[in-house]
Write a protein that binds this ligand. Structure first.
Ligand SMILES: *[C@@H]1O[C@H](CO)[C@@H](O)[C@H](O)[C@H]1NC(C)=O
Length: 244
């Protein structure tokens, strides 16, 4: 009995010693309130915080376990209707609440994507416009090392150059998001599906080039191999800034 409980305690201590956590700080540099959201991938448990309100110029920290795979995006122009149902004009997750509870955001949504390693191994991160664009966003490692352990961003406002066939318009007619050609036309050459399901066959299109020209560091389509993935070792924290 004593030996058993000793073994159990040792196992717990080893488990906790192996758990490394990273802090993701989310900053709202936009002029308006945004509602950031998190989605944990790979079948792992969701973070305790899957969505929150963030006033202009405010910051909020998220503790994530490592290893962790997930994404962060921000919803805009959110409100609750008379029955209390919460919805957003862009990147809504359909939960009806501020928390997304494991649901993703409806495109178009600019994404900050992470694959964080345990124990100071190699992290990967990128900004993705594969699901379209709603807000400028940057990711800045805080600490860590590596030749691409640097800020990556989509700092431009793609909405300002979005062609009308891709535009998501708000109530007042202004463009509040720019959809991907895949979402709008649902064709294999834009979605990198079917015979286009490989880096060799899925090439930039006139539509993906609109995103790439504005944001050269961000993924503009699924097999975009021009730049795009950044990496750090040493278990840094990360700052995610909307409207950097
Ligand atoms: C992109 O190419 C398609 C097919 O050739 C064409 O119909 C469309 O007008 C082009 N759009 C832009 C924005 O260049």
């Amino acid at each position: 009995m004593k030996i058993r409980s000793l073994c159990f305690s040792l196992t717990l201590i080893l488990l906790f010693a192996g758990i490394h956590a990273a802090t993701l700080t989310v900053k709202n540099n936009c002029p308006n309130t945004i509602w950031p959201a998190t989605l944990t991938g790979g079948g792992a448990a969701q973070l305790s915080n899957t969505g929150f309100e963030l006033a202009s110029q405010a910051s909020s920290s998220l503790d994530v376990p490592a290893p962790w795979t997930g994404r962060i995006w921000a919803r805009t122009q959110c409100s609750s209707d008379s029955s209390g149902r919460f919805t957003c004009a862009t990147a809504d997750c359909g939960s009806g609440q501020v928390a997304c509870n494991g649901a993703g955001g409806a495109p178009p949504a600019s994404l900050a994507e992470f694959t964080l390693a345990s124990n100071g191994g190699q992290d990967f991160f990128d900004v993705s416009l594969v699901d379209g664009f709603n807000l400028p966003v940057s990711i800045t490692p805080q600490g860590g090392s590596g030749s691409t352990c640097t800020t990556t961003s989509c700092a431009a406002n793609v909405n300002a150059v979005c062609p009308s066939e891709l535009a998501l318009k708000g109530f007042d007619g202004s463009i509040i998001g720019c959809k991907s050609a895949c979402v709008v036309f649902n064709q294999p050459q834009y979605c990198c599906t079917g015979e286009y399901n490989s880096p060799a066959t899925c090439k930039p299109t006139n539509y993906s080039m609109i995103f790439k020209n504005q944001c050269p560091q961000a993924y503009s389509y699924a097999y975009d191999d021009q730049s795009s993935t950044f990496s750090c070792t040493g278990g840094p924290n990360y700052l995610i800034t909307f409207c950097p």
